[in-house]
Design a protein around this ligand. Structure first.
Ligand code: DX5
Ligand code: ZN
Length: 222
């Protein structure tokens, strides 16, 4: 089948053993670590910040870290995550007053930049900044929690986003986040998505490298 990047979301990892979990999922074949940042303001949940990103770097993790900011405002944390070793940073356009400036801040820090669209948010904010986008991330759940069900209407939106990217002729990943599992990943890939976030589908019991590899291998064979 088509090839896609698999980005495990550590939101569903065991935070008490985070370094080990990240190493296990990388040994299991993950391409990139998806790092969910929630501020109890933009979304009704509170997670991890730049210190934890830096701790993973200090622990010897060299894989790309894809920071998904579910915070408002975004600029101060963008600067902190660049210092903390992020490789990719995405934010929700409605969470900043100056979308272009926030994207430029990420690019100036040497990171890949992207916009994240909630299930009901139109793609309009991407239109005039396509040249600055390395990622368009479509939420296929309402942000805030792992383990929610995939919202099927996002597949049509993915086809629209794929067309926007192809028409613009830019090198931009189309990423999806929420409810991705072995059973729906083929259909998602067929809609034009080439980067898959998966949290609960990968970080389920038993919490072992073998179990993570089994799920990732199944995803890749779909
Ligand atoms: C939700 C987060 C997701 C979440 C996905 O707000 O952005 O990255 O961890 O979890 P699953 O794959 O369980 O839906
Ligand atoms: Zn996420």
């Amino acid at each position: 089948g088509k090839k896609y990047i698999i980005a495990p979301s550590i939101l569903s990892a065991d935070f008490a053993r985070l370094g080990e979990e990240v190493n296990n999922v990388l040994r299991a074949g993950a391409d990139i670590i998806h790092f969910d940042v929630m501020d109890n303001h933009y979304v009704p949940n509170l997670t991890i910040g730049p210190m934890v990103c830096k701790a993973l770097r200090d622990h010897g993790i060299t894989a790309p870290i894809d920071v998904h900011l579910m915070v408002s405002p975004v600029d101060a944390l963008i600067v902190e995550f660049i210092k903390a070793g992020a490789s990719h940073i995405t934010f929700h356009p409605e969470a900043t007053n100056h979308i272009d400036r926030s994207l430029q801040l990420i690019k100036n820090g040497g990171c890949k930049a992207g916009l994240v669209f909630n299930p009901a948010t139109p793609l309009d904010a991407a239109k005039y900044v396509m040249d600055k986008l390395d990622i368009i991330l479509l939420m296929s759940v309402n942000p805030g929690f792992g383990g929610q069900a995939f919202i099927p209407g996002v597949l049509q939106k993915a086809r629209e986003a794929r067309k926007m990217i192809d028409d613009a002729g830019i090198d931009c990943r189309l990423m999806i986040d929420g409810g991705v599992n072995v059973g729906n990943i083929r259909e998602i890939a067929d809609s034009g998505v080439d980067m898959m976030v998966a949290g609960s589908a990968i970080f389920k019991a038993p919490r072992t490298m073998v179990s993570y590899k089994d799920t990732i291998d199944q995803m890749r064979s779909e």
